[in-house]
Design a protein around this ligand. Structure first.
Ligand code: GDP
Ligand code: MG
Length: 461
């Protein structure tokens, strides 16, 4: 499984910029770099001759032609990201210089890296485990400081430590049970059995605690989707703009202005929330509006909660009432907008009394009530039950899936042990549980699993 070739890639985003950085990693990194790099100045050295963690100034040359002036970092194994000999080249930004430098490296024997292959090597060479590798991707993709903090904790191994402890406990119990299978004459003493059961229950309780962070983990990683609904002209687009803090959607008194759905991410009190401004859901006068409505319906289906905007300056209409009844089961906040105008809208008591319903008065013209609405949204989506230290280990959906399987098997094992079932059965379930837990940190993996994780990375990472 340990790779032996040398890979190269441009690590910075494609496009024009001041600098671009290329990465080269593998057994032949210095040999390949030597062939492309000409040191400039008295103190610059060839990569193979340079001490580790130094920067050399020089030129990248191909077929006798200078391609670019670069700074080249020499990083010797094992103190590198991949634990392999590595070279990082900073060249001039812009597509062409970086691409030509890359071509030069490839001509001299490097292979173009696959997405996530540098991180995959860091994993295969034992520098980080699988949960930490995923944290690298989380870190790159994080869109709020809270998400970044959680990714950093996972990268530092906070989740891995706990998972390893959990797995160790399961393995220890398994070892005890297997010992008794080998010596069938000796029954497990009641004391030992109690101890084993207790350790298993503690493990299951811990799995439950981790599983409870799944929602927050998802929320931090991919954000939560909130659809803004309401009848035409209620102020949906105005509310979107207020929540984003900029003019994203066109606001106009002409009903039906928003024909398409608009999706935008906002950083709401540290949480990534994707707000979806929907076109009205009913009154279609032409094909385009009809398509807009179809898209609104689709976004609504995927939304985790709803902001229902009502116009305070007019009495409740039948369209409003239809929305109120239709989405009674969804998590929602009823937003009474346009409260800068004389208020003519009263909510029927029936809608006021629902516990899942928050009612807030805002004005998108004056900004009145918007901060309170942000607080209400945060309270609605962030249960607040999660202890701060659990946020450091907020799990992703892959971990959730593995933990659910582990928990089910650990439960079966516990029940079987308590009921004095054959120990082989107990051992089998314990092994399944320990393996499932091991998947999280990559102690038990398959090539498919690795492919699916690392292919989601960008090239050069
Ligand atoms: N007075 C007042 N007018 C508003 C407010 N919010 C929106 N409007 C106006 O209501 C009209 C419709 O707003 P818009 O956001 O386009 O509504 P949408 O059709 O639901 O997206 C526009 O003329 C806005 O300027 C508000 O809080 N107060
Ligand atoms: Mg609109």
């Amino acid at each position: 499984m340990i790779p032996d070739d040398t890979i190269a890639a441009i690590a910075t985003p494609l496009g024009e910029g001041g600098l671009a950085v290329l990465r080269l990693s593998g057994a032949n990194a210095f040999a390949i770099a030597d062939k492309c790099f000409q040191p400039v100045g008295k103190s610059s050295l060839l990569p193979s001759a340079a001490p580790t963690h130094t920067i050399q100034f020089g030129k990248i040359v191909r077929d006798g032609k200078v391609i670019d002036e670069v700074l080249l970092a020499v990083l010797r194994a094992p103190r590198t990201f991949t634990r392999e000999d590595s070279v990082e080249i900073s060249c001039h930004g812009g597509l062409l210089p970086a691409k030509l430098v890359l071509d030069t490296l490839l001509t001299h024997g490097a292979r173009l890296a696959e997405p996530g292959e540098f991180t995959k090597r860091a994993f295969l060479n034992g520098r980080i485990d699988l949960a930490q590798a995923e944290a690298v991707a989380d870190l790159i993709h994080s869109r709020t400081e809270l998400a970044l903090a959680a990714a950093n904790e996972q990268l530092a191994g906070k989740l891995s430590q706990r998972i390893n402890r959990l797995r160790d406990d399961l393995m220890l119990t398994l070892a005890h049970v297997e010992a008794h299978i080998d010596f069938p004459d000796e029954d497990i003493s009641p004391d030992t059995k109690d101890q084993l059961l207790q350790r298993l229950e503690t493990g299951i309780a811990f799995m439950d605690e981790l599983l409870r962070t799944a929602n927050e983990g998802q929320l931090l990683r991919r954000g939560i989707r909130a659809a803004i609904i309401g009848r035409p002209n209620a102020g949906k687009s105005s509310l979107l703009n207020q929540l984003l803090g900029r003019d994203r959607a066109i606001v106009s008194p002409i009903a039906g202005t928003t024909r398409d759905t608009i999706e935008e991410m906002a950083n709401l009190r540290g949480l990534p929330v994707i707000f979806i401004d929907t076109a009205g859901l009913r009154e279609a006068r032409d094909e385009i509006e009809l398509e807009g409505i179809r898209r609104s319906r689709t976004s609504l289906a995927s939304a985790e909660f709803i902001l229902h905007v009502l116009d305070a300056s007019e009495p409740l209409t039948s369209a409003d009432e239809n929305y109120l009844t239709e989405f009674a089961d969804k998590k929602r906040i009823l937003v009474r907008n346009k409260t800068d105008l004389p208020v003519k809208l009263e909510l029927p008591a029936a809608f006021n009394l629902q516990p899942s319903t928050f009612n807030l008065d805002v004005s998108c013209v004056s900004g009145q009530g918007i901060e309170a609405l942000k607080d209400a949204i945060k309270n609605l989506i962030w249960a607040g039950e999660i202890k701060a230290e659990m946020l450091q280990v907020a799990i992703n959906s892959r971990h959730q899936d593995a933990l659910n399987r582990a928990r089910a098997s650990a439960r079966l094992a516990t029940d079987a042990l308590r009921a004095d079932a054959t120990l082989e059965l107990v051992a089998m379930d314990l092994r399944i549980a320990a393996n499932a837990v091991g998947e999280i940190v990559g102690k038990t993996t398959t090539e498919d699993l690795l492919d699916s994780i690392f292919s989601a990375f960008c090239i050069g990472k």
